[in-house]
Write a protein that binds this ligand. Sequence first.
Ligand code: PMP
Length: 301
Amino acid sequence: MAVKTSKFVWMDGKFVRWKDAKVHVMAHALHYGSSVFEGIHCYEADEGTAIFRLDEHIKRFFYSANALGMGIKFTEDKLKNAIKKLVKINKLGHSYIRPLAFYGYGNVGIFPKDVPASVAVITVPWGNYYSGDLRVMTSKYARHSEKSTVYGAKIGGNYANSILAMHEARKNGYDEALMLDYEGYVSEGPAENLFIVKNRELIAPSSRSALPGITRDSILAISKGMGIKAYEKKVALSDVKNADEAFFCGTATEIAPIISVDGKMIGSGKIGAITLAIRNKFHDIVRGKGKRYRKWLTYVG
Ligand code: PMP
């Protein structure tokens, strides 16, 4: 996929041109994965360009930075305003927003003592993340648990685990990986949460190894609003394989049906009725339809 670009990047308080948004090769994060990031979806909504659940993403961003002992030298409000302005000056509608903070040029040791942290925001026009239904493979790599990293933090280095799982899946001819936790229960995908549907009920794995995703949280709320019983529980791999429906969800993925796991067809092998209903509702909500969830949208103005 060709890299999409935009005109400006926000770096440490300044709007700089895309080609000038550079870091030194000695940046600590490049060596040790000492970065934190967010992925945020911006939509063309009914009343203009709107960012989905900006507050929650920025909260998690600060939480992740704090987990790495990284002081962010901007307030949450300052960062939110920078994001809104960046979307505007880049003249973007439907787009992807990537806040990033990282330990920069300092020392070569692993502990980032006295190493300055930089903060950036990148925006790119939206491109489809998944082309369609997913054929998934169970990964041999276990997801990090809270015994090996900070639960709920999006730390760059943790994603080596996701990359390994994706390599494995793609090498074996699958679209995506399904990861188990350290106890062997189902956790999540490399960058998305899982849901299964059984007997018209929606079930989310309650693993402490999965990221408590913002899309997942939205879907739990939306489905309850639709009268679909939704709850969390420990999910075994056999529960997924015997589910009526299954789907991955995340900011980039939105809602993507899983049609098979390790070659075993899920349900009818096509998007299921409940997945479709939730997906349609989700697509409406992110575009500002339906009063109840308007609070989730921040208009760029
Ligand atoms: N799990 C992981 C590991 C992720 O990286 C993501 C993407 N942030 C998700 C789940 C989905 O989270 P969200 O809905 O907040 O994007």
